[in-house]
Design a protein around this ligand. Structure first.
Ligand code: 26V
Length: 810
């Protein structure tokens, strides 16, 4: 490795020539990126091999985090950081005439996830490796990540994200580790040596090829693996067609196309479950390939199978990989010859499950007929799990048919995946205290009573390495100056910053850094939008997926109200605000897409209006992604976390903003509640209904949106503007649907109900910002407490309280 700049430069030059056959003088930024990336991966390779040898020698438990999504974003900067060579490389490249920031922009942003759930998985990988746990990711190598969003005439347009067009320097194709996954066909059963044997026949075989990505921990020496599976066709004649039969060329092409579609694209809708066959195929593909490879590794140890739970942990990220439960049962019984009871005992000591949402429309329920046709053996096993579970329930609640049907795994013609996940695992966790409480007391109450020790909370976290050290180097340096560097490995020690919260010189420095970050973002926005951005305005930021419950609509309605106030009184006294939005809507989510159009329409009207005199400006930044988040978050003054209370399981964006010194305007939802517990009313801006109230309205009724519309003249004015001809509604019925959802459909997400307190709270923010000293004090208190939300903290708890693993020390 290179520990000094000169060695780096020399090694790099040689590598460049070897790699590209080009001298430095002819190299493009892309050439530099490729060479550097390859060089870093090769360097990590040595530690990767050593880490795996250490695992072997240690003979300890390895945990596999199964997830349909790993939203890892770009890796170069973070890998350089974790390898401890960031500065050497930055300076070395500068000497050679290149700017590392520009080189980083050459990397495709791996968008293999929708939002919170996928990004959490990526933060967890970083913490697992950095804390030296044996914890790996198991995912899918989608050819297309989450769509690229363009805004055309104010509308969202989706383009394919062909991220692999650029060479992926981080992955290693491991053909030697491939396995076969079987679909369709039928199951024969017969008795052999006094046992019932099941044989899967006439199936269609798919080749699963892993691509391994090294996950480099913060001390560079510990390197875990993210193993992403790719679906490929089998070309051995006569083996691949399954029920299609025959072997002519057309059939082969048809087969090939159908196989390759399995790992072709990431489903872009994270809010509405749809029973799509291809999605079920993806899920089983992930589970079966991942498990076969894990079992193969275990077999090499030559240990008895009852030790499997001591050597392997399987964690499922939401219900998407729940099929690991029946698939493990299949492997243990059909391939390893175990009895049902032995296999079930092992399985339920291995699997743990995280629930990420209580939105009923996102809960997965697969049609029995679909599972039966696509995965005949798996469906038989699920039926048996269900039958045995229902018998247990009958013993426990004799005659209580209603309770049994509420808890059953198969109900009507559907398999309820959350029930299967709870029954088949030894731990079920929610992702923030409030969310876990709602699971235990409401949504999954019956299961919590039946399995009193199974439910637990693990509040989410974010990796401070990406979201502070990498995204905000000036703030990182300032913290180092103030409290030393121990916080980098012990993020909770950021609390030491609190003692500087009233220190004027420290405040000045925090303020200077924020301004510098705002200037950078202002420049970026100007370059995209061709408009000036005022760095002295409050940067008020709302970035996340677009969804009704996240209430971007509440935000934009408030902005329209502000606009109305300014129009009525152009000399109104307010601190100028720059409202920044970033959000992708699921392609089929019409109301969400209309909300994007509304934001862009209002932006157009307001930004152009000379009466506004720059008091309010609105920018919708297209294609919100991990790399864009890294640019936006360090520059935010205000963080919008305004979900309908009870709906946002945790939120993780809230934590990223807090860590970068933004103040939160938010509801008592998800992890905001815990944020409030730490910093209190003085340091965040809370408003709106509480979860309890929202849930009671849902349960007992009593909310009438139209009454609020009739009574609040500000709101009436705003809503009428959506549907009556004027600057926002240009003789179209574009926003009728939004209007109707609020009034005729009684405002499912309580936007109108929370409007008044939201408006008031924004007035408070305006007032608070004018007192810069006090604002900075609040900001420093936020930063100081944010270490609690480091995913290092979260992962330590998963490790000790769920997985029962310790760091694998050198
Ligand atoms: C659901 C579905 C439904 C079927 C189609 C594809 C798909 C993809 C993803 C999802 C997951 C939705 C759940 C989710 O993302 N929850 C978020 O998890 C974050 C991490 O725990 C948490 O911070 C957010 O509050 C929560 O909304």
């Amino acid at each position: 490795m290179f520990n000094d700049k000169e060695t780096f430069k020399q090694v790099f030059r040689e590598k460049l020539i070897g790699n590209l056959g080009k001298p430095l003088e002819e190299a493009s930024n892309a050439d530099i990126y490729n060479t550097l990336g390859n060089m870093i991966r090769e360097n990590a390779g040595k530690h990767w091999v050593e880490t795996n040898q250490r695992f072997k020698a240690d003979k300890g438990k390895q945990v596999y985090y199964f997830s349909m999504e790993f939203l890892i974003g770009r890796l170069l900067g973070n890998n350089l950081l974790n390898m401890g060579v960031l500065e050497v490389v930055r300076e070395g490249l500068a000497d050679l005439g290149f700017c590392l920031k520009d080189i980083e922009e050459e990397e495709a942003d791996a968008g293999l996830g929708n939002g919170g759930l996928g990004r959490l998985a990526a933060c967890f990988l970083d913490s697992l490796a950095s804390l030296q746990y044996a914890g790996h990711g198991t995912g899918i190598r989608y050819k297309y990540g989450l769509f690229e969003q363009k805004i055309v005439d104010g509308y969202q347009v989706e383009l394919p994200d062909y991220w692999l067009q650029k060479e992926n320097v981080w992955e290693v194709r491991r053909e030697d580790k491939q396995v076969e996954v079987k679909f369709w066909g039928h199951v024969d059963s017969y008795e052999k040596d006094g046992r019932l044997v099941f044989e899967h026949k006439d199936y269609e075989a798919v080749r699963a090829v892993p691509y391994d990505i090294p996950v480099i921990g913060a001390d560079r020496r510990h390197v875990n693996t993210l193993r992403n599976w790719s679906a490929e066709s089998i070309t051995q004649p006569g083996r691949m067609f399954g029920s299609r039969g025959g072997s002519d060329y057309h059939k082969f092409l048809e087969y090939k196309r159908s196989v390759e579609s399995i790992s072709e694209f990431l489903y872009p809708d994270d809010s509405q479950y749809e029973g799509k066959l291809l999605r079920l195929k993806q899920q089983y593909f992930l589970c079966s390939a991942g498990l076969q490879s894990i079992i193969r590794t275990f077999d090499k140890l030559g240990l008895p199978y009852d030790t499997l739970p001591d050597k392997v942990g399987l964690h499922i990220n939401d219900t998407h990989p729940t099929l690991v439960i029946p698939e493990l049962m299949r492997i243990l019984m059909d391939l390893k010859g175990m009895s049902w009871d032995e296999a079930w005992d092992i399985t339920t000591r291995m699997v743990s499950y995280t629930n990420h949402t209580i939105l009923s429309e996102a809960l997965e329920k697969w049609p029995v007929t679909m599972v039966k046709e696509l995965l005949p053996r798996i469906q038989l096993i699920i039926e048996e799990i269900n039958a045995r579970f229902c018998r247990e329930l009958m013993d426990r609640y004799p005659g209580n048919q209603e309770r049994i049907s509420q808890m059953a795994i198969i109900y009507g013609d559907q398999v309820r995946m959350a029930h299967l996940a709870i029954v088949g695992s030894y731990s079920v966790n929610g992702v923030a205290a409030l969310h876990t409480e709602i699971l235990q007391k409401r949504e999954m109450k019956l299961f919590d009573e039946y399995y009193p020790h199974r439910f637990n909370n693990k509040t989410n976290g974010i990796t401070h390495r990406r979201w502070l050290l990498h995204a905000n180097p000036p703030l990182t340096n300032l913290i180092n100056e103030a409290i030393g560097t121990r916080w980098i490995t012990h993020p909770q020690e950021m609390i030491g910053l609190i003692k500087y919260c009233e220190d004027s010189s420290f405040q000045e420095k925090v303020s200077g850094i924020k301004r510098q970050n705002k200037l950078r973002l202002a420049e970026f926005i100007s370059s995209k939008h061709g408009e000036k951005v005022d760095p002295d305005s409050i940067f008020d930021v709302h970035v996340k997926r677009l969804h009704g419950y996240k209430r971007q609509l509440l935000n934009i309605l408030h902005i329209i109200h502000l606009y109305n106030q300014i129009k009525a009184n152009p000399s109104m006294d307010m601190v100028p605000r720059t409202f920044i939005f970033g959000a992708k809507a699921a392609p089929s989510y019409h109301l969400a897409k209309r909300t994007i159009k509304l934001i862009n329409t209002v932006a157009d009207v307001v930004n152009k209006d000379p009466d506004v005199k720059g008091k309010v400006r609105i920018f919708f930044l297209e294609n919100y992604s991990v790399s864009l988040a890294e640019k936006i978050i360090p520059a935010a003054d205000v963080s919008e976390q305004i979900s309908t209370a009870s709906k946002e399981a945790s939120g993780t964006g809230n934590m990223k903003f807090m860590m970068n010194g933004a103040l939160t305007i938010g509801t008592m939802d998800g992890a905001n509640v815990e944020m409030h517990e730490m910093i209190g009313d003085d340091n965040m801006f809370l408003f709106g209904l509480r979860a309890e109230q929202v849930l009671d309205y849902y349960q007992y009724g009593g909310y009438y949106a139209r009454n609020i519309y009739n009574e609040d003249s500000r709101l009436k004015e705003v809503l009428d503007q959506l549907v009556t001809p004027g600057p926002i509604c240009c003789h179209t019925q574009e926003f009728d649907q939004i209007f109707h959802s609020l009034l005729d459909n009684n405002d499912e997400y309580f936007v109108l109900k929370d409007f008044a307190s939201y408006v008031e709270t924004h007035v408070e923010i305006d007032r608070a910002y004018r007192n810069q000293k006090d604002w900075l004090k609040k900001s420093i208190i936020n930063i100081g407490h944010s270490g609690k939300f480091s995913s290092d903290n979260t992962i330590s708890r998963y490790a000790s309280e769920i997985w029962n693993i310790s760091p694998v020390k050198f």
